[in-house]
Structures are given as structure tokens and as C-alpha cells.
Design a protein around this ligand. Structure first.
Ligand code: NAI
Length: 309
């Protein structure tokens, strides 16, 4: 891809190679979707076991996609899986993996310092033209971008879990993100067959800015003894047409993640304090380790006899 070396004028780039940092839940999903749509992808994780787990997630997800796309044609299914997997490289070497990336997508732990450290390193080793973006759910993109000298080539690509199924990507621009960079990010989303929406760099972007206060208000209804989680969930599914009720969603997202987001926003002070006022019920469940699906117990039990699946 071509780029101008003069001051800040970077010609629009066409992204071909993508490097994804983090092979967890989100990173693996992003790698899969990129590879399925003809990008060459490198998946990086510091932890080799996480890398292996990421590959396993991708393989089993691709098998399901292949069966759906080519029912009763085992040959085509295999070809689809092999072609897609052939586009994916894995690495534990962050510097080497950055060297031929046109776009870097960061999906590592939700910690500002850790993300800044990674991007500070990548800024030094990635080519000039390389676009950087973070998949963060709750941190300001601008704060992460500060660790680099390429704030004009830095934005947010916020995917949703599970990445292969969820059509939406929120594309975030800071005040420093250039139009060319932003256009390139939108283009990548479309080539991944996702639907992008544009949003400024504000807490929670669009989806979580609306969902999180709604989920907190659901907790308050239950805490005041006005309705049970089951009835609130049923009400929102059948009365508002939501695919999941707020308590099912909270268990799916993880109660610790929800608390982390709310606590962060409260500290940051950009969101109306009443919307993110603490709820005892949430704090108590998190303190007990009842984190939702991943711990086997949240508002509902999971996996056990009589538990939800
Ligand atoms: P995860 O915990 O499943 O995966 C994170 C991975 O990053 C781990 O495998 C870890 O070994 C690796 N890692 C940590 N530091 C690293 C480094 N310096 N270089 C390379 N790899 C490193 O996390 P998850 O859930 O996939 O989230 C990742 C990001 O995506 C977070 O910023 C989160 O806020 C965001 N996000 C999460 C969503 C979710 O539903 N879980 C939804 C949308 C965004």
C-alpha cells in the first residue's frame, strides 16, 4: 500500500494485512471474521496457551459456519475451512507481528496502562502507514492513542460478542483521527461484511451508553423488590422485543465487567452520576464471585441440574 512521507498527509490506504493483538474471546472472533473475508491476519498473544485456545475457538466456529454455508457438501466445507485457516498466522512476538501490518486491532486486557504500553512499543516498530485501533469497551480511545505519535491514524473499532454473529461495529473517531484513517476503518468493516456506525469518542459509544444505564436501572427495580429478575427479563423480551432480558444479558456480559465499566465511568465523571450510581446487589454478587455464565452462577445458575444453558 502506498503512503506519502510528507508531513501529515497520508494517502488513503487499502488495508490488506491485519494484525490482531489478544487471542481471547474478542481477538479470536475478529481474526476469524477478517480471515473469512480474505484479509491476511496475524493473531498475537503473549501467552502461547491463549493463542492455542484462540485457534481452537476459530476452528470450531469455522466448522459451524462451513456447515451452514455448504450443507451436505463435506468437500466444500473442508475447502472453506482450509482456505480461511491458511490466511491466519499466529505469533507471540509483538514487534515482528507489527512489521507488515496495514492495520493493528488491539483486543488485549481492558487496562489503560497495558494498552498504552503495547501501543507505545508498536508505534516504534510498525510502518508509518499502519492504522492503529482499539476494541476497548470502556476506555477513552484518545487516552490510549496518547501513547503514540500517530493520533491521526488512531481510532476505535468496537466489535460485539460473539463477533462472527454480531453484525455491528462501532467505528470511533477522536478529534485527532484523520478523515482518511476513518474512511479506511469504515471500509475494513464493510469488507468484513459488518455494518459500521460512526461515533465520537464518548463513554460507552452508542450501544453501551444506552445499555449500561438500562441494566443498572433493572438492578434497581429488583433491589427495591418491585419485580423479580425473571419477570423483568420476560417483560423486556415480550414487551420491548429485546432478544435477551437485562439479567440474562448481564450474566452473558459478566457482572464483573459490568461493575468495572460503571465504576470507571463514575470515576471519569463524564456520564450523569445518577445513571451510574452504585447498586449494592451488583457489588455483592461480584464480591461473592457470582459473575454470570463464566462462573456458573450470576442472577441465574448455569450448567448445573435445572440451570439455564
Ligand atoms: P480476554 O481476556 O478474553 O482476552 C485478552 C487476551 O489478551 C488474553 O488472551 C491475554 O493473554 C492477551 N494479552 C494481554 N496482554 C497482551 C499483550 N500485551 N499482547 C498480546 N496479548 C495480550 O478479553 P476479551 O473479552 O477478548 O476483551 C478484549 C478487549 O475487547 C477488551 O478491551 C474489552 O474491553 C473489549 N471488548 C470485550 C467485549 C466482550 O464482550 N468481552 C465486547 C467488546 C469489546
Amino acid at each position: 500500500s502506498s503512503f506519502s512521507t510528507s508531513s501529515s498527509a497520508y494517502a488513503p490506504i487499502t488495508v490488506k494485512n491485519i494484525t490482531v493483538f489478544g487471542s481471547g474471546l474478542m481477538g479470536a472472533g475478529i481474526v476469524q471474521v477478517a480471515a473469512q473475508n480474505a484479509f491476511d491476519v496475524t493473531m498475537v498473544d503473549l501467552n502461547p496457551e491463549a493463542l492455542k485456545k484462540g485457534q481452537d475457538i476459530i476452528t470450531s466456529s469455522l466448522k459451524r459456519v462451513a456447515k451452514k454455508q455448504f450443507p451436505e457438501d463435506a468437500g466444500k466445507q473442508k475447502e472453506f475451512i482450509d482456505t480461511t485457516m491458511a490466511r491466519i498466522k499466529t505469533s507471540t512476538d509483538s514487534e515482528a507481528a507489527a512489521k507488515n501490518a496495514d492495520l493493528i486491532v488491539e483486543a488485549i486486557v481492558e487496562n489503560l496502562k497495558t494498552k498504552q504500553q503495547l501501543f507505545s512499543l508498536l508505534d516504534k516498530v510498525a510502518p508509518e502507514h499502519t492504522l492503529f485501533c482499539s476494541n476497548t469497551s470502556s476506555l477513552p480511545i484518545e487516552e490510549i492513542a496518547k501513547a503514540t505519535k500517530r493520533t491521526d491514524r488512531f481510532g476505535g473499532l468496537h466489535f460485539f460478542n460473539p463477533v462472527p454473529q454480531m453484525k455491528l461495529v462501532e467505528v470511533i473517531r477522536t478529534d485527532a483521527t484523520s478523515q482518511d484513517s476513518f474512511d479506511a476503518l469504515l471500509d475494513v468493516c464493510k469488507r468484513m461484511k459488518k455494518t459500521p456506525v460512526s461515533c465520537k469518542d464518548t463513554p460507552g459509544f452508542i450501544v453501551n451508553r444506552l445499555l449500561v444505564p438500562y441494566m443498572m436501572e433493572s438492578l434497581r427495580i429488583v433491589e427495591r423488590g418491585e419485580a423479580t429478575p425473571e419477570d423483568v427479563d420476560t417483560a423486556m423480551k415480550l414487551g420491548a422485543g429485546f432478544p435477551m432480558g437485562p439479567f440474562e444479558l448481564a450474566d452473558f456480559v459478566g457482572l464483573d465487567t459490568m461493575k468495572f465499566i460503571v465504576d470507571g465511568w463514575r470515576k471519569e465523571g463524564k456520564v450523569d452520576a445518577n445513571l451510574v450510581a452504585p447498586v449494592k446487589l451488583l457489588d455483592e454478587l461480584v464480591a461473592k464471585g457470582d459473575l454470570g455464565r463464566k462462573s456458573g452462577q450470576g442472577f441465574y445458575p448455569y450448567g448445573g441440574v435445572g440451570g439455564k444453558k
